[in-house]
Design a protein around this ligand. Structure first.
Ligand SMILES: Cc1cc2nc3c(=O)[nH]c(=O)nc-3n(C[C@H](O)[C@H](O)[C@H](O)COP(=O)(O)OP(=O)(O)OC[C@H]3O[C@@H](n4cnc5c(N)ncnc54)[C@H](O)[C@@H]3O)c2cc1C
Length: 488
């Protein structure tokens, strides 16, 4: 048996715990059954954002006449788009693999790891003829991520369907597509396929798409996606059937009544392809956790304490198998916490209070902290200000449409949440995160510093200024006087 100070199972975010341990002179190993880099590089964030960049290019060209520039799209070489993205991301994964294989420490084991006892894993190699090996770690870090969840829909077992794992790299663009699932992955892919000209129908269970966002955000995203897709919000896929090359989805009103879109209690939707974007489940079932004291919850996520140690001493977990915040930057943050706790015995605890996230639809969405609905439900006293992007000169120049910045704060100025919809939202949210994390966490931390003119960050500035205690404001407000709602 090979023995190590640290064994990390899963070569995505967690692999950085092993490389940090090796730099400290400890013997470390990584077990990975697929491409290095995890979901993010080969089947998540990076390829999906590369596709969305193409959709953004299409949108720019489509909008060009609004700005006095005649332009039109002659052709989309779909196969070239997906194959070039495929080659780029797999080259990155292979580079990561080569650099690990070249280094003596950490040692890379290629195959699926399953527990034999609390600290010992059997690695069943990916290569067919290779023998399985047993490895043991004084410390074990679980970072095996997740995979698409397949919902129990009648008829699905006899129908062809895609998940996000396959939909990113199709050789041919589907003429028509039904997407089941109105969360962020469904919304992003709905935007991508719709912008490139696929006839997309989206089915989302809630009354709006991306229902976990602040209500005002969900409404704008739902309206904007209706430009690219037929949206059935408040519907659930009840049955699927294959009709030759076509797939037929019967969707029923989620609440069983007929007051939803179109007034129908059930609709039949037909397309060339079906994409299931119905959430992700953790890969905990690959690990044979029964051989350990590591407990899981009802959703099969690993149960951890605030320091990210599992219910078994010296076994730690991070990323999508913890399931607290299923984003790559959250997994990286948890990697930092686990590394400090394992290598320095730092006793650091996770705090997700200023964990942002973004949705790369058009317009983009970015959010940090709590939504207005959550504050209302908790009975928290708060003030709110919402400023449209066109209050800032560049927002007006870009014709940012329904974009806005919404700030939620306690009456004493403490920032409780911020929700942005509009161009570059994923970048604009960052100064709010810094204020919440490193400053005093008040609206003045955003409203006091000077903002570059005429940058889009002036929209953020204008929104925070509305709740700020500063006097003699010079925040921009380029809205028509009649649109100002008496708020400033
Ligand atoms: C389409 C899509 C788009 C996304 N877009 C974004 C985005 O824009 N921004 C964002 O922040 N997040 C995004 N995410 C989420 C992000 O990809 C994940 O949150 C992140 O990759 C989680 O990292 P992880 O290290 O926990 O898991 P992973 O990256 O999944 O890594 C886990 C690794 O463990 C391996 N593994 C599993 N079981 C075993 C085993 N038993 N033995 C050995 N190896 C095993 C897997 O092969 C995998 O490589 C997206 C996800 C998807 C699907």
């Amino acid at each position: 048996m090979d023995e190590y100070d640290i064994v990390v199972v899963g070569g995505g975010s967690g692999s950085q715990v092993a490389t940090a341990a090796a730099e400290e002179g400890l013997e470390a190993a990584i077990v990975e059954r697929g491409p290095l880099g995890g979901a993010c590089i080969t089947r998540g964030c990076i390829p999906s954002k590369a596709l969305i960049h193409r959709a953004d290019v299409v949108e720019e060209i489509r909008r060009a006449p609004e700005f006095g520039i005649a332009a039109e799209i002659e052709d989309v070489d779909y196969g070239e788009i997906t194959s070039s993205i495929h080659d780029t991301v797999y080259e990155k994964a292979e580079n990561q693999e080569s650099s690990l294989e070249e280094s003596e420490n950490p040692t890379l084991y290629r195959g699926e790891g399953r527990f034999v006892d609390e600290r010992t894993l059997e690695v069943n190699p990916s290569e067919r003829d290779a023998d399985s090996v047993e490895i043991r770690g004084e410390t074990v870090v679980l970072a095996v991520g997740g995979r698409p969840m397949i919902p129990p829909i009648d008829g699905l077992e006899d129908a062809d369907f895609l998940t996000s794992d396959d939909a990113l790299f199709l050789d041919d663009q589907p003429d028509s597509l039904v997407i089941v699932g109105g969360g962020y992955i469904g919304a992003e892919l709905g935007y991508f396929f719709g912008a490139l000209g696929t006839d997309v129908t989206m089915i989302g269970r809630s009354e709006t798409l991306v229902p976990r966002e602040d209500d005002a955000v969900s409404e704008v995203v739902t309206d904007s996606l209706e430009r690219y897709c037929d949206v059935y919000a408040g519907f659930e896929a009840a049955e699927v059937s294959q009709d030759g090359d076509r797939v037929v989805v019967t969707a029923a009103a989620s609440d069983g009544d007929d007051s939803n879109d179109g007034g129908d209690a059930a609709v039949e939707l037909e397309a060339d392809a079906l994409l299931l974007a119905t959430g992700r489940r953790p890969n905990t079932d690959t690990l044979n956790l029964e051989a350990t004291g590591v407990e899981t919850n009802d959703q099969e996520h690993v149960v951890v304490g605030d320091t990210l140690e599992t219910t078994c001493n010296d076994v730690w977990a991070l990323g999508d198998i913890v399931g607290e915040q299923p984003f790559k930057h959250a997994a990286d943050y948890e990697t930092r916490i686990v590394t400090a706790n394992v290598l320095d015995d730092a006793g650091r605890e996770v705090d997700y209070g200023s964990m942002p996230h973004a949705i790369f639809t058009n317009p983009q969405v970015a959010s940090v902290g709590r939504t207005e609905g959550e504050l209302e439900e908790a009975g928290t006293e708060y003030e709110s200000a919402t400023v449209p992007f066109d209050a800032a000169p560049l927002g007006m120049i870009l014709e940012a449409g329904d974009g806005f910045v919404k700030v939620l704060a306690r009456p004493d100025g403490e920032i409780l949440g911020c929700h942005i919809v509009g161009p570059q939202a994923s970048t604009l949210i960052q100064e709010v995160v810094v204020a919440m994390e490193s400053g005093s966490g008040t609206v003045d931390d955003v409203a006091d510093p000077v903002h570059v003119h005429p940058a889009l960050s002036e929209a953020v500035y204008a929104a925070f200024d509305e709740l700020s205690s500063s006097t003699y404001s010079t925040a921009p407000d380029w809205r028509d006087v009649s649109d100002r709602d008496g708020s400033r």
